[in-house]
Design a protein around this ligand. Sequence first.
Ligand SMILES: [Zn+2]
Ligand SMILES: [Zn+2]
Length: 240
Amino acid sequence: MICPVCNKKLKTINYENQEVDLCLKCGGIWFDKGELLKVVNGLLSKNKIAPQTVKETYRNKLIRIDKIKKLQRKCPRCNVVMNLKNYSYDSNIIIDKCPSCSGIWTDEGEMQAVAKYIKGNPDMDNYTKALVGACAEGQKSGSNKGKIITAIISLFYLGFASFFNGSEGFLIMLLFLILPLGCIFFGDELGGVTGVRFRTTFFAPVVTKPTPGAFVVFIGWVLLLFPIIFGILSAIGIFN
Ligand SMILES: [Zn+2]
Ligand SMILES: [Zn+2]
């Protein structure tokens, strides 16, 4: 078989127990139908792939295939022109797929990118799961209504921020949420912390007495609802 990019002969190699065809010049790899996923799963099961960063998980814009100007490449097996595909529709990894044999051509690094995409970001998944879990648990026991509402509001904020500002919005929102969520979820524990010095530019108060847990939770709520209150006040024109 011939490389669809550089017309050099492809070399058949064994990669994660699959026979794939590698171009030694450009690093592209040809996968027959189903081989790509098998190789990727092999790499993932051996933990050879780093997780996605938050920025990679929450990409800004979907790449549109019709906006890409790439040379048409021909399938090394069937010699028909391959189609560009956004892998899994939203990964923004643009691969070439043969409409006839369903084989896939990946340029150098694209196969690892696919593996990274499938792995995702387990930390972020756990964070979201913890929020959703708090919801579910509270519903089961009928208590912890505050925590359920907190989790719902947080998920809403994160979704809202990433929808309008992509990864950057998500990150800023995440940083914003850490303090109020900490206060609301761990009010009693945080209230018991003493000897902490809050450093600001003008003053540095030291916490010497335990703070009542309920008060910490209350502060958490004020912080959490601040964007909503601020939004309502701006909407009715109080700042004009
Ligand atoms: Zn090549
Ligand atoms: Zn083909």
